[in-house]
Structures are given as C-alpha cells and as structure tokens.
Design a protein around this ligand. Structure first.
Ligand code: 5GP
Length: 118
C-alpha cells in the first residue's frame, strides 16, 4: 500500500484533536483510546504519536518506542480492570487485515476470545 504510506490517516486527526476519540491514556510518546467499532466489551487502541505506518516499517531506532507501547498496553489493561486476561494484536498489511496505516496495537478483553481468529 505505497500511497497509504505517505498519507495522513484518521489517527493523525485523533492526535491533533480535530476528531474526537474516547482517550483513556496519553503521554508524550503515545495515545490510547477506545475503538469506534469494538470487537469485545473492551477494545482499545494504543498508537505512537509519531507515525510508523506498520510494523513492517519499524526500524531498530524504534525499539524503545515499541517497548514503551507494549508497556502502555499493560498499563491500560490494568486501568480497564482486565483481570481475567486479554488479547494484544497488531494487524500488518492486507493479509493481516490492517485498515489504518498508522501502527496501532489492539487491546481486546472483557469476554472469552476465540483462537484462532478468523
Ligand atoms: P486495523 O484494521 O487497521 O488493525 O484497525 C483499525 C481500527 O481502527 C479498527 O478496529 C477501527 O474500528 C478503528 N477505527 C477506525 N477509524 C476510527 C476512528 O475514527 N475512531 C476510532 N476510535 N477508531 C477507529
């Protein structure tokens, strides 16, 4: 998706506040908000403020940021009381079902999730 890689996404508009999102956590590096089309009782997205289009495009220099995002997922899960467990997903590219080309981590919980996913 070459064109998608250079164009801003809907997440840039959430980051700059021009469209609303239900933000549950933010810090200088990232933002966490509720998915508009939740696939579970709790469905959050954690995104870096600086756009990495997809996991495939992450660089060695992104290592610290990627680690930070993962720890934020854990923090948000605690904040959301997901004490019975949860699932963490990154969709990458067309076969992965990625629809927004700004790296994001899905956090899903609040019900028993099936494996494998469809
Ligand atoms: P992907 O399919 O790329 O892994 O996930 C993109 C996610 O972003 C989808 O779950 C979709 O529901 C969510 N999403 C798309 N547009 C918006 C929006 O404008 N606001 C919020 N909160 N979530 C969105």
């Amino acid at each position: 998706p070459e064109m998608a890689k250079n164009s801003p996404t809907i997440f840039d508009r959430i980051l700059d506040g021009s469209i609303k999102a239900d933000i549950v956590y933010e810090d200088p590096e990232c933002l966490a908000f509720r998915d508009v089309d939740p696939q579970a009782p709790k469905h959050l997205l954690v995104i870096p403020r600086r756009r990495i289009t997809m996991l495939e495009d992450a660089q060695n220099t992104d290592q610290e940021l990627l680690g930070h995002l993962m720890l934020v997922v854990k923090k948000v899960a605690e904040q959301e009381d997901l004490t019975d467990g949860y699932r963490v997903v990154i969709n990458n590219g067309p076969d992965g079902g990625q629809s927004v080309y700004h790296l994001h981590i899905h956090l899903l919980g609040g019900r028993q999730l099936n494996w494998p996913p469809g």
